[in-house]
Design a binder for this molecule. Structure first.
Ligand SMILES: Cc1cc2nc3c(=O)[nH]c(=O)nc-3n(C[C@H](O)[C@H](O)[C@H](O)COP(=O)(O)O)c2cc1C
Length: 172
C-alpha cells in the first residue's frame, strides 16, 4: 500500500476492542479496531472481520459476538491478543470470562462488553461487516477507552500492521 494512503488511513482514529465468539466448543478472541455503533434504535453495532480469520467462522456458526472495550487499565488484553501467545484456537484461557444473553464469552477485564446477536452480515472486499443487535451489556470500570492513537501500530487489513513512528509496514 502507498505510504500516503497508509498514513491517511492510520489517522482514522478507532477504538481498540477484543471481538469474542464461541462455537463448537471453541472460545476465541481477536484484536479488533474496525468496529462502531451503526444504529440508535434498535442499538446496532458493526465489526468488520477478515474472511480468513477463525473468528469469522465462529461468528457465523454461533450467530453472535461479543465486543469487549479495552481501556488503558486493561491494555494487557491488547498486548495478549497482539502477541504470538494468542495465535491458536481457543485462546481465551488466560482470562476470567462471563457469559450473558447469547452465551458468547465476555472478558471480565474489559472496561465494558457488548453482547450481540448477529442480525445481518454484508461482504465488504476481503472483510465481512457483521451487524449485531446489543442484547446485553456489562460496564465494569471507570477508565478511558484505548484508541488506535495510543498504540504504535495500526491495523490496515491484511497480515501486516502499519508502524506509526516509521510509517512502514510492521510484521505482526
Ligand atoms: C490493533 C489491531 C486491530 C485489529 N483489528 C482488526 C479488525 O478490525 N478486523 C480484522 O479482521 N482483524 C483485525 N486485526 C487482526 C486480527 O486481530 C488478527 O489477524 C488475529 O490474529 C485474527 O485472529 P483469528 O484468525 O484467530 O480469528 C487487528 C489486529 C490488531 C493488532
Amino acid at each position: 500500500m502507498d505510504v500516503s494512503l497508509a498514513t491517511a488511513l492510520a489517522s482514522l482514529t478507532t477504538g481498540i476492542y477484543v471481538l469474542t465468539a464461541r462455537a463448537g466448543g471453541v472460545q476465541h478472541g481477536m484484536s479488533a479496531s474496525w468496529a462502531t455503533q451503526v444504529s440508535g434504535e434498535p442499538v446496532l453495532v458493526m465489526a468488520a472481520v477478515d474472511r480468513q480469520h477463525l473468528t469469522h467462522r465462529l461468528v457465523l456458526d454461533s450467530g453472535a459476538f461479543g465486543l469487549n472495550v479495552v481501556g488503558h487499565r486493561s491494555r494487557h488484553l491488547e498486548d495478549y491478543f497482539y502477541s504470538a501467545r494468542a495465535r491458536h484456537p481457543d485462546n481465551l484461557a488466560p482470562f476470567a470470562l462471563e457469559t450473558a444473553a447469547t452465551g458468547t464469552p465476555l472478558l471480565a477485564d474489559a472496561l465494558a462488553s457488548l453482547d450481540c446477536r448477529l442480525v445481518a452480515h454484508y461482504p465488504a472486499g476481503d472483510h465481512t461487516l457483521f451487524v449485531g443487535e446489543v442484547v446485553a451489556v456489562r460496564v465494569r470500570q471507570a477508565d478511558r477507552p484505548l484508541t488506535s492513537q495510543d498504540l504504535p501500530y495500526v491495523y490496515l487489513g491484511g497480515k501486516v500492521l502499519f508502524d506509526q513512528a516509521s510509517r512502514r509496514p510492521l510484521a505482526p
